[in-house]
Design a protein around this ligand. Structure first.
Ligand code: AMP
Ligand code: MG
Length: 487
């Protein structure tokens, strides 16, 4: 297995990271390897057998050209600031240039302790490895910016959490692992020189069009705002709850990162949260735009020393920039929900109709994904499966009448509406109860459900008879009430 490493982060000043070698595991066994992603990354594995891939993707062997290191960062966790976090159970191998010319990070998760591990063991349980593999690849197939899964390996060792769990190592690929928390790290230390270095580095990697901007820090804030507004709109459009939007888990590239306590909603509930540790519902579904705003405000604060000469001026600039966020987010959010009901957003009526459909789902606790899918089938096949999701079909029946009238009034042909809806409404999401099922089987050494799920979510918009059970909402006894962080 040969990587064409082209590392840049390791050449940044020493404050940015700590060298960190992976600690070998007892018996690495390859569970999954993402061959198409490997090819995209220019990784040559033609000669490599399963064992040698497992040795590299567990950290037992450090591939040639890798410069293993742990990145330094800070972060606001559930609102409280931790000045010293950093990769405690992740180690960056290095960067490669992919086939499209983009620089990508490759990282092990769970390959042993680093100088930033504090009291943690630097390890990961197998359950979170399988979850991140499945969910991040599903997000990619849904068209939502995300880190990717290159490999999952079981270690043959146990990790000790609330219970004894089998261990795993996950190999993650990202545009970069720079976070809002990375900027906060240098701001908190008033290390202005390195703050400048970081801004330049981040612009170079993610916003090269803004590299010559007169105000690089402002350009970075603006870029991250745009990407995160787009990201959160996409999450919500898919019924996704990130679950742990701490500033160290919000990437400067605008990709979804950190699949700890995430979940796709079953029934629609704006107040829904899954994370076991999120007691107050800070990261509940409908709070996500406000939390993104809060996080971006922390980013702006961290950039203040670079925005202008005088602090007052910096604050003025930051406030003016941040005030644009709702006007970036709301049109995207509204448009995506209009497309889910077959309407290109062209009028206030469209949004009112999209919003009233959400109200119906909320009031009747109807499954989010299934409802939009069944609505698509109303036009596709004249099916009345949607009505069956409601105990009292009367209000939704009336809504359907309004909807059909609006489609007519806006002169939207059925064909066009169906096309929009098929593209916006997945048939398959990685449902929580199915994830639990595959994790439980995986802990017993049976990965067949894990592989099956990967096959299902790889084509989320294409209905396939043999996977029909993956379309369905959980039965009451299958509902997963909470997800765990898995740290
Ligand atoms: P997370 O909850 O994954 O965002 O992690 C928050 C912080 O805790 C990060 O600095 C992680 O590196 C660190 N951390 C989480 N789990 C472990 C672990 N098992 N060992 C060491 N550090 C950890
Ligand atoms: Mg994290």
């Amino acid at each position: 297995m040969h990587f064409r490493f082209d590392n840049t982060y390791a050449s940044l000043p020493s404050e940015f990271f700590a060298p960190a070698a992976p600690s070998p595991v007892k018996n690495p066994q390859l569970i999954a390897f993402n061959e198409s992603l490997a090819e995209d990354l220019g990784i040559d594995c033609e000669q490599a057998d399963t064992e040698s891939i497992a040795r590299i993707c567990s950290g037992n062997v450090v591939p040639e050209g890798a410069q293993p290191l742990a990145m330094a960062y800070s972060g606001h966790q559930f609102g409280g600031f931790s000045p010293q976090l950093g990769d405690g159970r992740a180690i960056l191998l290095g960067e490669v240039i992919d086939k499209s010319g983009n620089r990508r990070d490759i990282q092990w998760k769970g390959a042993g302790p680093t100088p930033f591990s504090r009291r943690g063991d630097g390890r990961s349980a197998l359950g979170p490895v399988l979850r991140e593999y499945v969910v991040s690849e599903a997000m990619h197939a849904l068209g939502i910016p995300t880190t990717r899964a290159l490999a999952a390996v079981s270690t043959g060792e146990n990790v000790y959490r609330e219970t004894v769990e089998p261990g795993g190592v996950f190999t993650r690929v990202a545009q970069s692992h720079l976070r809002i928390g990375t900027v906060q790290f240098f701001a908190a230390r008033q290390d202005i020189e390195n703050l400048k270095v970081l801004v330049k580095y981040a612009l170079n990697r993610h916003y090269p069009e803004a590299i010559d901007s007169e105000n690089p820090a402002l350009a970075l804030l603006n870029g991250v705002m745009n990407r995160q507004a787009n990201l959160v709109a996409k999450w919500m459009n898919a019924g996704f709850i990130h679950g742990v939007m701490n500033t160290d888990n919000m990437s400067l590239s605008g990709e979804t990162i950190d699949y700890g306590p995430c979940a796709f909603m079953d029934h629609y509930d704006p107040a829904r949260k899954f994370s076991f540790i999120d007691r107050g519902g800070r990261y509940a579904f409908a709070n996500q735009p406000a939390i993104a705003h809060w996080n971006l405000t922390r980013l702006a604060e961290a950039l203040l020393p670079l925005l202008a000469e005088k602090e007052e001026q910096s604050i003025e600039l930051a406030e003016a920039e941040l005030s644009k966020l709702p006007s970036l987010f709301e049109p995207l959010y509204m448009e995506t929900f209009c497309r889910k009901i077959g309407l290109p957003r062209s009028s206030e009526d469209s949004w009112a109709l999209a919003d009233s459909f959400l109200d119906l789902l909320r009031d009747r606790k109807v499954d989010f994904t299934l409802a939009y899918r069944r609505l698509t089938e109303v036009l596709e096949a004249g099916s009345n499966g949607l009505l069956e999701l409601f105990s009292d079909p009367e209000p939704v029946s009336r809504w359907l009448d309004d909807w059909k009238q609006t489609l007519g009034k806006l002169h939207i042909p059925n064909k066009q509406a169906i096309q929009l809806m098929r593209e916006a409404n997945p048939v398959y999401i990685p449902r929580n109860h199915k994830i639990e099922e595959l994790i439980e089987a995986g802990k017993e050494g049976d990965f067949s459900l894990f592989h099956r799920m990967n096959e299902v979510v790889a084509k989320p918009f294409e209905s396939r008879e043999k996977f029909s059970e993956y379309e369905l909402a959980p039965e009451p006894h299958e509902v997963v009430p909470a997800t765990f962080c898995g740290t």
